[in-house]
Every structure is written in structure tokens, then in C-alpha cells.
Design a protein around this ligand. Sequence first.
Ligand SMILES: Cc1ncc(COP(=O)(O)O)c(C=O)c1O
Length: 487
Amino acid sequence: MSDHTNCQVTFFSGENIPLEMHKARMVQRLHLRGVDERLAIITQAGNNTFLLPNRDVFLDMLTDSGVNAMSEAQYAAMMLADDSYAGSETFYRLEKTVQDFFGFKYFLPAHQGRACENILATTYVKPGLTVITNYHFTTTKGHITRLGGKVLEAVGDEALNPVSQNPFKGDFDLALLDRQVTEVGPENIAFVRVEAGTNLIGGQPVSLENTRKVAAYCQKKGLKLVYDASLLADNLYFIKTREKGCENKSLAELVREIASLMDIIYFSGRKLGCARGGGIATKGEEDFMRMRDLVPMFEGFLTYGGMSVREMEAMSVGIQETLDFHVISQTPIFVAALGEELTKKGVPVVTPYGGLGCHVDASRFIPQVPQDQYPAGALAAAIYLISGVRGMERGTLSEQRNPDGSEHHSPMELVRLAMPKRVFTLSQVKYVADRLEWLYKRRDLVGGLVFIDEPKTLRFFLGRLKPVGDWQEKLVAAFKKDMPSGL
Ligand SMILES: Cc1ncc(COP(=O)(O)O)c(C=O)c1O
């Protein structure tokens, strides 16, 4: 697979335009509902963007999970799938792809990222044990705490600063890591987890240099090191373009070097590989054997792990395509384009622009909404209301309550406008920026939300909320005044 770095074409006009290095040959019809309809729809969905039917969404920027555009090679590979319960040729092809990609001998299939987390946590986490990570992910933490474990985070302070110049905000603070290990005691640590492209703090990457240091430290302390490679594609792009000394390394070399530092690597194939699946690779046989029997128990036989063979074929090709710089650059350059456009309009977003999506900073957008009324959730609902764009709350609503029932305030209140790979066009990006500019001008109208139905775990997925007061009706009236068509 080729590995060109010079795909950022310079425009004679001087404009910084992200150029698509692909063309669309299959398209999907979109629907843009009017603002009155959208008010009824978001109310029906309990002000939770997860509960919106896709037919009522104009631009689905909820996530990049399982909704990236697939390549013609991926679709072609799906036709060659070998459908058998045991010993499928498709599985052996996927296994070989993962082995070649990471340089690890052992591979376990699982139906998606959180299934890998379930297997990993069930195997290594016991009550009283701690997992130290640069930053948690919702489902990762859910599985660890479900099993009586504890999660500590070791990113530096800068990671939680929404306005920053630090190119690698996902890096571990090594002094903090050392303090945490000393306090907890290495014998009480299940594993240390490095999350590539840290999801919840704005898709911020981890540098190769920092990964090397964390690995050396873990080796010294006898700690198992686990890599969540779900967001590896974005992280690779940033290592290649931002990290000194890495610009001339091939993407394949970078992946192999990161992998060589780890004991276990798992990934969501909904992200890495642009299909729908997941898997765990291990360097050694012992870790493989400890986890192996849980695959038939929770996922399916060892040669499919809950995945359809067609998805496994697509994932196999998708993983190989991660080594094509054109493929991995599309999300970050479109995120940056949206970030730039919003910054020009004064809308507060997380900087540096990360992978995954553009992250709007609700704390600065609507400071009048207290954290107990979920500013990021309220802003996500308001964005849908005035644009039909579906983003995702990444703030206090996505946290679990403290054991005493009080709110666990998230250090950041973000609305993520995800940029699935190779899905949206520049005019759609401009539409998003335009509607957000309007909302920012009328931000005084936005109020908070309260739960009317709050699930006990991972409440952000299925919880239902209502607005505090009638701010949504007022926002709709203001929108119709400026945009009489209601669109
Ligand atoms: C960093 C990270 N880890 C794990 C997961 C879980 O993966 P899945 O959605 O496939 O269960 C995700 C999904 O968004 C993720 O971003």
C-alpha cells in the first residue's frame, strides 16, 4: 500500500481547502426537516441525540463508529467471504492481516470494541484492582467498574484545557503515572491502558515518544501494557504530521513500532478498519490463552467472534488501507476545516483540532447552563433543533454518578461533531459552521436539561430528558424570524 505524505494540495488562491482524494459513486438521500418538526422530533427523542431516528437527521455527526465510507476494495472483498461457523477462510485472512499489521502472532475476534473490553476486563480486573489510562472511554470504564475495579487517569493538565497548542494532549504525564503507581502499588494494577486518539477529550493523539516512555516505565515496574487502537488511524496521521523524527517513517513502520511496545492491543473495527467488528491481538501466548475461552462464551466461535464473514473481509481490507496516507488524512483535514471555519466565526472549539470530529466547547458556548443541567447535552439538542445536525454529548451526561448519587462533573463539556471518514462534503461542513454561527449569536436563549428517565449505567445512550423552562420554543421562534423557511 502506498504511503504518500504530499496529498495536501496547495491552492493558487491561497485558501486552505481539504481536497477529497476519492470520489463518491454510491450516495444516500438525506432529509432536512423544518424547525417545527425538529422540535417535535427532539422532544419525542427525550432530548437525547442517540434516540433520534436517522430519517429525521440531516447530517449524522453522532459518531464515526461503523459509519465510515467503505472503499470499492472493501465491497469487493465482501463478495469473497467464506461463510462457515468453524475454520472460515475469511477468518484466516483477517488473522493474517492483523498479524502483518501489528506484528503480533495471536488474534481473537470479537463483535466490536466494547466486547474486547469485556473480555479484557473479565480476565484481568478483579475487585480492588486499578487500571491506569491516559484517559478513560465510557464503555472501557463501564466494564472495569462493573467488575469492581477502579480507573485512574494520567493525562497532563493541558489535556483538559480546551484551548491549547499542545500537539499531543493525549500523552501521559509520566510523573503523575509514577505517583499513581507508587500510591496504588504495582501489585494492585491490572494493567496500564494507552488509548490512541483519546476520544473523550477531543480526539487528541498520543506521541510515539510518550508511548515509548510509558512502555519503558511499565516494563521497569512489571506492568502489563494494553493499547486501545480503535482511533489509531487519526493518531497515526498526527504522529506522522506533528512529531519530530517521524515524518519520514512509513505508516507501517509506525504501527509496528507502537505495537512492539505493547503486550495486548484491542480495537473497534467500526473505527479501525471502517467495517463493523473488533478484535484483540496479543504478543504472547499466555495472554491469548487467558482470554481465549471467553470468545466462544460471549462472542461466538473462535473463527468469527460474533462478526459476519462479510464484515470480517471488509475489516481486513480496511485495516490494510489504514496504511494509505490519503485514507487516514481525510478525517483530520476535514475536522480542521470545520474547526477553522468555526474559530473564524468566534464559536469556541477544542484546539488543537483533533481526529474523530470537531469538538464544540459547551462550557464557553453556554456558560449560563450549570453542569448539573448538562450543558453539552443541551447544546447537542439545540444544534439538532436549529440545523438537523446530530452531534454527541461528551460531558457530565456521559459520566456515571458518584456512589453517593451526586453528579460526577466532567472536566470538559463537549459536543462532538464527528467526521466519519470520507462521508461529508465541504458544502455540508460549511452548512454546519453557518448554523452554529447563528446559534452562537443566540446562545443566550439556550437553557439546561433535566432527566425524566435516567438509566443506572451508561445513561447517555438511553436516558430521556426535558428542557428546563421553554427555551426551546423561544429558540425556534428566533430561528424562524431569521430563517422564515424554517430550514
Ligand atoms: C477509544 C475507543 N475504545 C473503545 C470503543 C468501543 O468500541 P465499539 O463502539 O466498537 O464497541 C470506542 C468506540 O467509540 C472508542 O472510541
